[in-house]
Design a protein around this ligand. Structure first.
Ligand code: BEZ
Length: 224
């Protein structure tokens, strides 16, 4: 089954989680959302990732992004693992994280959402979940996805960086260049004419001279 593509509606589903049974679209409401999957509970890389995600929860909240994780074990396993994750973070070893973890013991959701890693099997020879990141817009459409194998941990600074770009470019006719960080200059996209650009970007547009003379490399300040 092909995975979800950019612009696809991320399907609604009902699932058991560490905060009870949820309906995914209802959980997201009108917010942006991030769904990140994990190969399984009580594994080293996942523990570091979920620890970092918990520490960064205020940053996701500031951006209006609802967080939710998924792993193929049961809710009781997730709750026990949460204690380890909090302890790894040097916090009280409670069963609470700032986001729920979906239980997907039969891998129904992992299959539905195209999240399985065929190279990484559990002790029963069943494929585990890859490290997917789905960033979902308020319209429930997939705005960005990463797909990492189980053996490679993600970079949550990069996840926040792309959310900043997605939210900025959803609101303004700009694009963000290589290694952009919030506050840096942005680019005027090719579909904005020179006339439109001078109206839209009153702070000015700087065009870089290039041998082609095509005037397509245009910078402006990040809109407020
Ligand atoms: C981990 O989270 O450490 C992990 C999980 C599955 C395969 C390899 C690493």
């Amino acid at each position: 089954m092909p995975g979800l593509l950019l612009g696809d509606i991320v399907p609604d589903f009902q699932a058991d989680t560490t905060i009870g049974n949820i309906k995914f679209h209802e959980f997201l409401g009108d917010s942006w959302g991030i769904l990140f999957s994990h190969p399984r509970d009580y594994t080293p890389v996942c523990t570091t990732e979920l620890g970092r995600a918990a520490k960064l929860a205020p940053e996701f909240k500031k951006r209006g992004v609802k967080m939710i994780a998924l792993s193929i074990d049961s809710v009781p396993d997730h709750l026990g693992w949460c204690k380890d994750i909090n302890s790894y973070n040097s916090d009280e070893p409670t069963e609470t994280l700032p986001f729920p973890i979906i239980a997907d013991p039969k891998r129904d959701l992992a299959v539905k959402l195209g999240m399985l890693d065929p190279d990484e099997k559990d002790n029963d020879g069943m494929p585990v979940t890859a490290r997917c990141v789905f960033i979902i817009g308020p319209d429930k459409k997939m705005k960005l996805s990463f797909l990492y194998p189980a053996t490679t941990g993600r970079n949550f600074d990069e996840i926040l960086r792309v959310i900043d770009s997605l939210q900025l470019t959803a609101k303004h006719s700009v694009a963000t260049p290589v290694d952009w960080k919030s506050g840096d200059r942005v680019m005027v996209p090719p579909n904005v004419s020179e006339e439109q650009a001078s109206k839209l970007f009153t702070c000015g547009v700087v065009t870089k001279d290039l041998p082609s003379g095509k005037n397509y490399l245009r910078y402006t300040e990040q809109p407020k």
